[in-house]
Design a protein around this ligand. Structure first.
Ligand code: FAD
Ligand code: UQ1
Length: 382
């Protein structure tokens, strides 16, 4: 059939954590997931992959393995939305109709916005942890580095996991220190890369502030880790669902669309004004499912409200980490554990590297992990 109770757009962290519960609750084939990719990645592992502490394989599962059993997988991408007709149009031209729509298509990585990046990525010291195609190159280039100029970049756009551009810098620095080449190495972290010149091995940056604002700076590199500019997916930007910045325009507490009542969104493609992480989605998905199931089942369940929870496990070395947990709405810490998580610790490093991936595959993707809020309350932390 080309009509479903719920259509979920995207089978990433957000889409699957919602679709699992909905399919389980609403029954066989009432939920469709539109997802073009054959593979599902646990992207938070890529910081570890880029530094050689995990393999790419460990971050990867066949989409067919993680797709909820009772959901209908539509293996195509959504090309456009028509929310006044309750339909989405697929790339193959087919229309699918829905009673309720959940948009979870992630953020778009705009590789092409940096001149020469697509053709230089993965070659001659230029790499990025933000792609499955290049993340293993990061480790290869870190190991091959013999000293010189190492550049790490951060764009001026919103990105997913705002800490990731610097985590890999700390891990690379540690390896170069251990290799005894630290004193021959200059490490810089810069914003707003605009061009790579592979022949002269130079990187060009826009100057964003100060007297030289509006000019560019050109720096030589021997190692270059790029975090590319990102933004709302084009097909969302072009649709009636988007706000002025291109994100799916939802209420920041209920996750319901501000104009179309039967539409919800969560995760990186949403307008939710918090930092874009998988950790944030643990709390968002619980709220969304509660509110959407309230609509569908017509019960008088209380409306749930998202508080902006997000987390950045800031790896600072191969045995330590700062587990930042906070509300993006208030800026206040929301630490789970009854100890000071702002200290670098092995325990939180181990948790992030060895335990949370298991929670992700075995519970979050099955719709059974609502995030650490209940443990935070249990431990009585602030
Ligand atoms: P995604 O998981 O990216 O999924 C989006 C899905 O939508 C994809 O499967 C895609 O194929 C599909 N899609 C795209 N376009 C269409 C379309 N037109 N039609 C249908 N489907 C479509 N988070 C943390 O919590 N902690 C961390 O330590 C952390 N570290 C990170 C490090 C790196 C290097 C990276 C890259 C990310 C990191 N993240 C981290 C962020 C985290 O991975 C994302 O926030 C999370 O995956 C977002 O989930 P999502 O479902 O919104 O998007
Ligand atoms: C989390 O639940 C989660 O999703 C599974 C992450 O995604 C990678 C996280 O980074 C973090 C920190 C959490 C929070 C979980 C605990 C136990 C603090």
């Amino acid at each position: 059939p080309s009509s479903y109770k719920v259509v979920v757009v995207g089978g990433g962290s957000a889409g699957l954590s919602v679709a699992s519960t909905l399919a389980e609750t609403l029954g066989n084939k009432s939920v469709a997931v539109v997802e073009p990719s054959d593979v599902h990645y646990y992207q938070p592992l890529w910081t570890f992959v880029g530094s050689g502490l995990k393999t790419l394989d460990e971050s990867k599962m066949a989409m067919s393995e993680v797709m909820p059993e009772k959901a209908q997988w539509i293996k195509d991408s959504v090309a456009s939305f028509d929310p006044t007709k309750n339909t989405v149009v697929l790339a193959n031209g087919e229309s699918i109709s829905y009673d309720y729509l959940v948009v979870a298509a992630g953020i778009q990585v705009n590789w092409g916005k940096i001149k020469n990046l697509p053709e230089t990525l993965g070659k001659n010291g230029v790499t990025s942890n933000y792609s499955a195609q290049s993340v293993e190159k990061t480790h290869e280039f870190i190991k091959a580095f013999k000293g010189g100029n190492a550049l790490f970049t951060m764009p001026s756009t919103p990105i997913k996991c705002a800490g990731a551009p610097q985590k890999i810098m700390y891990l690379a620095e540690e390896q170069w220190r251990k290799a005894g080449i630290r004193d021959q190495t200059k490490i810089n972290y810069f914003t707003d890369l605009t061009e790579i010149r592979p022949d002269s091995k130079e990187a060009v940056f826009n100057v964003l502030a100060g007297d030289a604002k509006g000019t560019t700076v050109t720096l030589p590199y021997d190692f270059l880790h790029v975090t590319p500019p990102m933004g709302a997916p084009d097909f969302i930007k072009a649709s009636p669902l988007s706000n002025a910045d291109g994100w799916v325009d939802v209420n920041k507490e209920t996750l319901r669309h501000n104009k179309f009542n039967n539409v919800y969104a969560l995760g990186d493609c949403s307008s939710l004004p918090t930092s874009k992480t998988a950790a944030a989605i643990t709390a968002q998905s619980a709220v969304l499912k509660n509110n959407l199931l309230g609509d569908i089942l017509g019960d008088s369940k209380e409306v749930a409200k998202y508080d902006g929870y997000t987390s950045c496990p800031l790896v600072t070395g191969s045995d330590k980490l700062i587990l930042a947990e906070f509300s993006g709405y208030t800026g206040q810490p929301q630490e789970t554990f009854p100890f000071d998580q702002s200290k670098e610790r092995f325990s939180t490093y181990f948790l992030t590297k060895e335990i949370i991936p298991d929670i992700y595959w075995k519970a979050m993707l099955k719709g059974k992990w609502d995030g650490p809020a209940k443990y935070r309350k249990l431990f009585g932390a602030a």
